[in-house]
Design a protein around this ligand. Structure first.
Ligand code: ZN
Length: 351
């Protein structure tokens, strides 16, 4: 068995071949692509078969394994030894025992890519809340932020989740001290009899762009909850995802507070964008989809449960070839991992 097959498995080999070949298409057990050796645009001459780790071109006779393909396309001008070293460094087992453990875990997480089942995804156009809603929400977020800065208990709770006062302030987290309700019409919503309810708790507003437009408001409720979820979504909020940062690598998590925590840790390095989906069943809109498609790498760190794993397999892996599962090493999400003593900077760096 070649080293590529040994290290990556056939699914990993196929996934990598799909990434390095231009416009690869799966047919049966083979990936077909325009031949990178003789050029041309047809999908009828060159193919790669991951089970055997071999490529062959009927037209020019080029043949070899994935490492040779990688050498040709990713390391032009280097000799065989150098390109093998480059491949081993990127895909071989790391020497450091801790990283080796994660590497083995990641490999076990790799399953067959089902190109057979045609996957198609048409993202929906972004939907923004009513302008009146945005203006009310921005006012509420601003007042809540001022209240949070004076609330030592809430700030201590945030510190316990790894979120400093400075980061809380810059992400515009807030505190709502008592239950409030307004006619939905006053917030620009069409429903005549409906009401907007603002629960007491930690206010987590999500903005589009440079804080200009509020997209949604979530309130993390404390104590015993009679009705509804722990994280309450204020009526009229859009289903758009929360985006923090502008880096080329993307980390996908479920919760907004996890995003805030990670953004605070990685902010100075500027290499990450953190996205909170608000639940593993939501899908990106067309703007976010365009951005994700261009991301250099996507780490998907959904909650460590069946729903999170299923969402990755059924959507993220198929929609974005550069997406990899990247669960936290402890607990169900980054917040729990932080509380369990995990150094999340190391976890980010090891991706
Ligand atoms: Zn050829």
């Amino acid at each position: 068995m070649g080293k590529a097959l040994e290290w990556l498995g056939s699914a990993g080999c196929e996934s990598l071949a799909g990434q390095i070949l231009h416009d690869a298409r799966r047919k049966g057990k083979r990936l077909w692509a325009p031949c990178p050796f003789h050029g041309g645009a047809s999908h009828t001459a060159f193919h790669y078969e991951a089970d055997k780790d071999i490529f062959y071109c009927h037209k020019c006779g080029a043949t070899g394994d994935l490492i040779e393909l990688y050498a040709c396309l990713r390391c032009p001008g280097q000799d065989r030894g150098e390109s093998f070293k480059a491949f081993a460094k990127e895909y071989g087992p790391p020497p450091d025992p801790e990283k080796l453990r994660q590497w083995q875990k990641r490999r076990q997480g790799q399953r067959d890519l089902s190109f057979e089942k045609k996957f198609s995804f048409t993202p929906a156009a972004p939907v923004f809340p009513h302008l009146e809603w945005q203006s009310r929400a921005a006012g509420f977020a601003g007042h809540s932020r001022d209240r949070l800065m004076k609330n030592t208990d809430a700030l201590a709770w945030l510190a316990g989740r790894g979120i400093s006062l400075d980061v809380a302030e810059r992400c515009c987290l807030g505190w709502n001290d008592k239950f409030k309700s307004f006619p939905a019409k006053a917030w620009g919503l069409p429903e005549a009899d409906a009401k907007i309810y603002l629960s007491p708790g930690l206010v987590i507003p999500v903005f589009q762009g440079a804080r200009a437009q509020p997209l949604k408001i979530k309130i993390r409720r404390f104590g015993k909850i009679e009705k509804g979820p722990r994280y309450y979504l204020v009526k009229g909020s859009s289903t758009g995802m929360a985006v923090y940062g502008r880096g080329p690598k993307v980390m996908i998590v479920e919760g907004e507070l996890d995003c805030v925590l990670l953004w605070g840790l990685a902010e100075k390095r500027r290499d990450w964008t953190f996205i909170a989906t608000g639940g593993c069943s939501f899908r990106p809109d067309s703007e976010l989809h365009a951005r994700l498609s261009k991301a250099s790498a996507i780490a998907v760190s959904f909650d460590n449960d069946e729903a999170g794993r299923k969402s990755f397999e059924e959507f993220w892996r198929k929609a974005y070839p550069q997406a990899r599962p990247w669960p936290v090493p402890f607990g169900k999400d980054p917040g729990e991992a932080f509380q369990g003593g995990v150094d999340l900077s190391v976890w980010l760096d090891s991706f």
